[in-house]
Design a protein around this ligand. Structure first.
Ligand SMILES: [Zn+2]
Length: 126
């Protein structure tokens, strides 16, 4: 984030954000990481009238008595840029498999289909 006064003496924040966040795949309901980024230009003002007078390309931030808290500002921008629905690429989903409530799954089938079964073997070897 860059903080400066431009040639028109407007107090500005020029920001470029990049973040890796974890969202839920809407097909398999498993977590998936996505990269999101955002660029925005803010004009810092103290009154509504000043906000209305800002150039069109600037979003206004009206300062009150308190110092500007940047974290909610950044959080809001990242939320806006996060897609509402997310899906793994086709074929990359990790389905949990059918759940038979109240019944034991045959262990061999479960072990074979479970991509994390190898981790269990590693853990038991030490
Ligand atoms: Zn998925």
């Amino acid at each position: 984030m860059h903080f400066f006064r431009d040639d028109s003496h407007i107090h500005r924040i020029s920001a470029s954000l990049a973040a890796e966040v974890s969202v839920v795949c809407q097909r398999c309901m498993q977590a998936m990481p996505i990269s999101i980024s955002s660029q925005f230009e803010l004009g810092i003002v103290w009154t509504e009238a000043q906000a209305k007078a800002l150039p069109r390309e600037l979003d206004s931030v009206i300062l009150g008595e308190e110092p500007l808290d940047l974290f909610p500002l950044i959080e809001d921008e990242l939320i806006i840029e996060t897609p509402f629905t997310n899906f793994h690429p086709v074929g990359d989903c990790q389905p949990a498999g059918p759940v038979a409530y109240g019944e034991e799954q045959p262990e061999t089938a479960e072990e074979r289909d479970n991509p994390f079964a190898v981790l269990k073997d590693l853990k038991s070897s030490d």
